[in-house]
Design a protein around this ligand. Structure first.
Ligand SMILES: [Zn+2]
Length: 59
């Protein structure tokens, strides 16, 4: 068996867009989405500060 130590720092060089990797779903927006909306057992929908009102439709 190989005994190599785990290399740290190679997997965090690339980050998806957005602080959590989410982009606003509002048509034509595409900004970083900081607000997530989801019902239990449903996939979540993400919106930016401006369009977070759109997300309430998913709740
Ligand atoms: Zn937006």
């Amino acid at each position: 068996m190989s005994d190599e130590p785990t290399r740290v720092g190679e997997m965090i060089t690339q980050r998806p867009r957005g602080p959590l990797g989410h982009v606003c779903e509002h048509e034509g927006c595409g900004k970083d989405a900081g607000w997530g909306f989801a019902k239990p057992k449903r996939s979540s929908h993400w919106f930016c500060y401006e369009h977070r009102g759109d997300g309430e439709a998913y709740l």
